[in-house]
Design a binder for this molecule. Structure first.
Ligand code: ATP
Length: 491
């Protein structure tokens, strides 16, 4: 049985997107109106898969003594985003490479060029620039409007893919979606749709700590929607304007932060592996010290091997005491922690694990998709598409088939379906040849299919067929619940 992948990356994505639509995982948002860029709807199976991913994360995070849950509002006081640095740091002119989709701040892109390269570029724009000395050239490059970034950008190679002149126009851009509270649309009524869930956790740090009587170290976990007005939405669910995050902020005593950082790195990588991602499809990307975000002391991304290349699915950041200090400064309210044992008062450091639920959803989809040669009932071979989801993540856990629609088989099948339904999501299918029914379930990743046949009538046993091995086992029907629950939920 060979696992194949469709020959090219584009073909792979086309097949995946088409399967998602056909089988009800994901639809384009507002499709009948031509769709809305960067927004997607989760269909009947997609919503189950997404919920299972979130549930798996939630349980892993909050079924611990030292992590509390939270569900903060999407709309927050606008000062939050000043304190967080989003108002200031998301307003730079940005360009995207149309070829590889890498995004750059224009000033970083231009100032990152060597003086020699800068000179060469200016000379191509206007020979008279050749007279300028190094200091004047550097000054010109740091003053974008005068230096005419458009013509300059045409002459620059993308640092990522090396292509020349592939940049979009520079746009001064704040990634936050702005809206207004109340009926008057003036600047005093501006609020933002949160671009990350983390800030709702930071501002509630003392509320949660006081209410739950937690002591350091402890964490707060939250799952929720976030919005970013991305310049370039791309690659299906990878970069969208509306998406979901699963974030956990772990508050620690300064000095213990490095150790907790390593702890959470390990925990989070293991989580993806535990839910079926092979180690070779995951890697760490450390942010170079010079390129760390303004709040970070150390940062690693967990990257997954998507068909279009490695892409971040989660960031683990040591945010130091930046967030709590800034909120203390901007709100005027104390955000320090009082350690009852040592009688010390200090600002905790924060280790953040920030995963995209929708981006992980896509990674789990990509990881699950397989095309395999499989035997047909006639003994020939055919290609089957199978979504090899971890059983806990699979949207439907078990399908029930009567072999034929007579001889009392449908009645028994319905009875089994009803019994199982109180424990698991079940799908009943009585149409077409059993082989076809198996294929339909393979395509949506159902781990087990139960068939009621003539032998069932005599000895109350049924066949249980395993999605991955395609092996069928005969099981007494009264053992089905424990048989399935053991295999799906215990590991
Ligand atoms: P990227 O560089 O890919 O935009 P980021 O570094 O800005 O990501 P973070 O701010 O660290 O991302 O957000 C944490 C997680 O949220 C990411 O690892 C990703 O899974 C998810 N995420 C961020 N932006 C988007 C988006 N536009 N669409 C879908 N998921 C996103």
């Amino acid at each position: 049985m060979s696992k194949q992948s469709p020959s090219t990356d584009t073909q792979f994505m086309d097949k995946l997107v088409s399967l998602c639509k056909r089988r009800g995982f994901v639809f384009q948002s507002s499709e009948i109106y031509g769709g809305l860029n960067g927004a997607w709807d989760y269909g009947p199976l997609g919503v189950e898969l997404l919920r299972n991913i979130k549930e798996a994360w939630w349980k892993d995070m909050t079924h611990r003594q030292n992590i509390e849950g939270l569900d903060a509002a999407i709309l927050m006081h606008p000062r939050v985003w000043e304190a967080s640095g989003h108002v200031e740091n998301f307003t730079d002119p940005m360009v995207d490479c149309k070829q590889c989709k890498a995004r750059y701040r224009v000033d970083e892109l231009l100032n990152g060029l060597s003086i020699k390269k800068q000179k060469e570029i200016l000379r191509q724009i206007d020979e008279s620039y050749a007279r300028l000395n190094d200091v004047e050239i550097a000054a010109l490059f740091s003053q974008l409007p005068e230096a005419d970034p458009r013509s300059i950008l045409k002459l620059i190679n993308c640092p990522n893919c090396g292509n020349k002149g592939t940049f979009t126009e520079a746009r001064k851009f704040n990634l936050m979606f702005k809206t207004f509270v109340g009926p008057v649309e003036d600047s005093s009524a501006v609020v933002y749709l949160r671009p990350e869930t983390a800030q709702g956790i930071f501002v509630n740090f003392l509320n949660v700590q006081g209410a739950s009587r937690q002591k350091l170290p402890f964490g707060i976990a939250q799952i929720g929607k976030a919005f970013r007005n991305e310049i370039n939405t791309k690659n299906f669910l990878f970069r969208t304007r509306e998406f979901e995050q699963m974030e956990m902020q772990f508050f620690v005593k300064p000095g213990t932060d490095d150790q907790w950082f390593e702890y959470w790195r390990e925990q989070r990588m293991n989580w993806f592996v535990r839910f079926g991602m092979p180690k070779e499809k995951l890697q760490w990307h450390q942010h170079e010290p010079g390129k760390l975000a303004h709040y970070a002391k150390n940062a690693y991304d967990i990257e997954f091997k998507f068909p279009f290349g490695w892409g971040e699915i989660e960031g683990i950041h040591n945010r130091t005491d930046f967030d709590l200090s800034r909120h203390e400064q901007y709100s005027g309210k104390g955000m320090k922690y009082f350690d009852e044992e040592t009688k010390e008062k200090f600002t905790p450091y924060i280790i953040e694990t920030s995963a995209g639920a929708s981006r992980s959803f896509m990674a789990f989809l990509v990881n699950a998709y397989a095309e395999e040669e499989a035997p047909t009932a006639e003994g020939t071979m055919e290609t089957r598409v199978v979504m090899k989801f971890h059983p806990k993540l699979a949207p439907i856990k078990v399908a029930v088939f009567p072999l034929v629609n007579r001889d009392g088989m449908p009645e028994i099948a319905h009875k089994i379906e009803e019994d199982l339904r109180t424990h698991l999501p079940v799908f009943y299918d009585d149409s077409g040849a059993v082989g076809r029914r198996y294929r339909r379930q393979d395509e949506i990743g159902t781990p087990y299919c139960i068939t009621i046949d003539s032998q069932t009538l005599g000895d109350q046993t049924v066949t249980v067929r395993d999605r991955d091995t395609m092996v069928q086992e005969r099981i007494a029907s009264d053992r089905l619940v424990s048989y399935l629950m053991d295999r799906i939920y215990k590991f």
